[in-house]
Design a protein around this ligand. Structure first.
Ligand code: SF4
Length: 477
């Protein structure tokens, strides 16, 4: 059913070229009579493996020759000129991720229920996705070709799961031998070639914490500014992670780690001028320690890893509350529809967008409904929503949704399943409910447990709306 998500990357790599999925009418591609499903095999005589190659090989070129494999099997050579920087008007197939060759102790795949959405079992380890989307790779099985590609195509920054600079501990965590775990030379080669790196440490109590963590952070900080930042995120274990070598993260462990890292952060701010090492929001929330100030996070270098999200949200929400009330009532009629289009069009298939549109109409003014979120974020969101209710007369209730699907330590908003949300249906207050949009697959309207969004909607007592923080703020203003 979801074959695309689990197709081994190797089958894609064997097929030369990159497939066009859309051609904008009137564009350069349209005038060249390119069509969806045509495959561009070469640009100016150089092979194209994927969208990134296409981008790299056309960049700055005004005189071009495409070798195109048409859908009828013909091969065409197309020579043309374009204006400098002129867009081709082409959209391409997604990159199919290359898979990792590790057996990490804490791998999220081992914590999935058996019936989880197949894409959750994909162990991607792909330097292209690292560059494009901030996905972390371990570099432990990177090939020479991939190394050369990063350097030649300037795929910078790269996001690297370092975990620890102690080789024996790294090998143990990754479940590979020390030779494979040793990335020192590769790491250094990237830095020597001016490829910037964001590092990540998945913190596992009693394995890479304490002195091992301190040494790792110091080793990485010594390579700043080319190593831009380091994120420390706690290992999250579901009820399916039963490996006895793993220890669960406790509140006490979080408080101890915060104390330890705060000292280093202070030192880094003095010596490097930046905080450099950032702890995941979960560490503060679980430890019951206040999230650091806006200043602490600088330009939020690890926000893609969820680090600093709470502070960013609170700052944005508070700004929004104190801003002039120009958008009040904006969620009625045409204005609301246009906001929605802007927000959803890029990622949501048309059928899903249609469903989404119809439920958004259920939001009344002033809004009266329920906001569903993960247990960890709920207290933060509730505090803000209470302020909003008092200020704007909305009647919104924040409900913390227990993660009955994964269990264990999983309390983040993004891993709520259809079943978790449905279990809350008798507690809904008001005319509508919202839930975090990230719970839905980006290219298909299904939730993490494979439940379709349509199914969830059908079984829910009120319209249920997937939102991100921006669209939530639009709804509640
Ligand atoms: S690198 Fe480790 S955690 Fe990531 S997918 Fe591979 S085995 Fe899992």
């Amino acid at each position: 059913m979801y074959e695309f998500a689990v197709t081994p990357a190797v089958t894609q790599l064997r097929r030369p070229g990159v497939i066009i999925t859309e051609v904008v009418p009137g564009s350069v591609g349209y005038l060249l009579e390119l069509q969806p499903n045509d495959r561009i095999v070469k640009v100016n005589g150089r092979s194209v493996r994927d969208y990134l190659d296409f981008r790299f090989q056309t960049s700055g070129e005004t005189e071009l020759t495409f070798l195109v494999k048409k859908t009828n099997g013909d091969t065409e050579e197309i020579e043309f000129d374009r204006e400098e920087g002129e867009d081709f008007g082409l959209t391409f197939e997604q990159i199919v991720p290359r898979q990792c060759a590790n057996e990490c102790l804490f791998c999220f795949c081992k914590g999935n229920p058996e019936d989880a959405r197949p894409s959750l079992f994909v162990r991607d380890e792909d330097i292209r996705l690292s560059f494009l989307y901030g996905n972390y790779t371990t570099l432990s099985s990177i090939t020479d070709d991939e190394m050369n590609r990063i350097i030649e195509q300037r795929l910078s920054p790269q996001y690297v799961s370092v975990h620890t600079t102690d080789l024996r501990t790294r090998a143990y965590l990754l479940g590979v031998d020390e030779k494979r775990a040793d990335i020192f030379d590769k790491f250094q080669r990237l830095l020597d070639n001016d490829i910037e790196i964001h590092a990540q440490i998945v913190l596992c109590p009693e394995i890479n914490d304490g002195p091992v963590l301190e040494k790792t952070l110091r080793d990485l900080a010594a390579k700043h500014p080319k190593v831009i930042s380091a994120a420390i995120v706690p290992v999250a274990l579901t009820r399916y992670n039963t490996d006895e070598r793993l220890t669960r993260v406790t509140s006490e462990f979080c408080r101890r780690t915060i104390k330890q890292v705060e000292k280093l952060q202070k030192e880094f701010r003095k010596t490097l001028g930046v905080t450099f090492a950032f702890m995941g929001d979960e560490i503060y929330l679980k430890g019951g320690v206040e999230i650091p100030s806006r200043k602490h996070y600088g330009n939020y270098p690890q926000i893609e890893d969820g680090v600093g999200m709470v502070r960013a949200f609170v700052a944005k929400f508070e700004r929004s509350l104190s801003a002039p009330d120009r958008n009040r009532g904006a969620l009625t009629g045409q204005k609301r529809a246009s906001d929605r289009r802007t927000h959803m069009a890029a990622t949501v298939p048309p059928t899903f967008a249609k469903t989404y549109s119809s439920v958004t109409d259920a939001v009344t003014d002033p809004a009266f409904g329920t906001i569903l979120t993960g247990e960890m974020f709920a207290p933060i969101l509730r505090e803000q929503i209470d302020k909003l209710n008092a200020l704007k007369g909305t009647r919104l209730t924040v409900l913390a949704v227990p993660n009955i699907y994964f269990g264990g330590d999983v309390a983040v908003a993004g891993l709520l399943s259809g079943r978790c949300l449905l279990a809350m249906k008798d507690k809904i207050v008001g005319d509508f409910a919202t839930f975090p949009k990230v719970c839905i697959k980006s290219d298909q309207p299904i939730l993490i447990d494979g439940m379709s969004f349509a199914d969830l909607e059908r079984k829910f007592p009120v319209p249920i709306i997937p939102v991100d923080l921006d669209s939530l703020m639009q709804i509640v203003r």
